[in-house]
Design a binder for this molecule. Structure first.
Ligand code: ZN
Length: 158
């Protein structure tokens, strides 16, 4: 990463971790997923409201954790709000590749999320970055109710 990009990365991550977007409880959530990343101590509570055609009409998160986990969740919610299920899955796969594949090009569709690319050098940080995404993946699978996931073991529905 160039020094300029490194600096931008720091700025965006810090901004989103200090002032997370779409932060709080979603009272009329269709699905709630509680995510846990024990290796770092990150926790997320994700609420998703699906629209009439299954799109992510609204999405909010709360919880606490390191700057990477909070920034990733915040960036994710701004990116996924209003998207169809297919678009959400496409973005999920693109982001997963971005943070795990050493040689992947960062696709333009990811926007600011491309700045998370730096975590691929740090396997422990990948779990932080993926926590919110694992939660949203679970939310799509269950479509209703409440469940718990973990980056260590996938506990599935509870
Ligand atoms: Zn973390």
């Amino acid at each position: 990463m160039s020094p300029e990009l490194e600096e931008l990365y720091q700025e965006v991550i810090l901004d989103h971790s200090r002032r997370p977007r779409n932060f709080g409880d979603l009272p009329d959530a269709t699905v709630r997923v509680h995510g846990d990343n024990p290796s770092c101590g990150d926790e997320i509570h994700l609420g998703v409201k699906f629209g009439a055609s299954g799109e992510l009409q609204d999405i909010k998160f709360s919880g606490h954790g390191c700057a990477i986990s909070q920034a990733s969740a915040s960036l994710m919610t701004t990116k996924l709000k209003g998207k169809s299920r297919a678009e959400v899955m496409e973005t999920f796969r693109a982001f997963h590749n971005l943070v795990t594949d050493e040689v992947a090009e960062a696709p333009k569709m990811l926007g600011d999320l491309r700045l998370m690319q730096g975590v691929r050098k740090f396997p422990q940080r990948v779990k932080c970055a993926m926590l919110a995404w694992r939660a949203v993946e679970q939310a799509l699978q269950q479509t209703t109710g409440e469940s718990t996931i973990s980056t260590e073991t996938d506990l599935g529905s509870s």
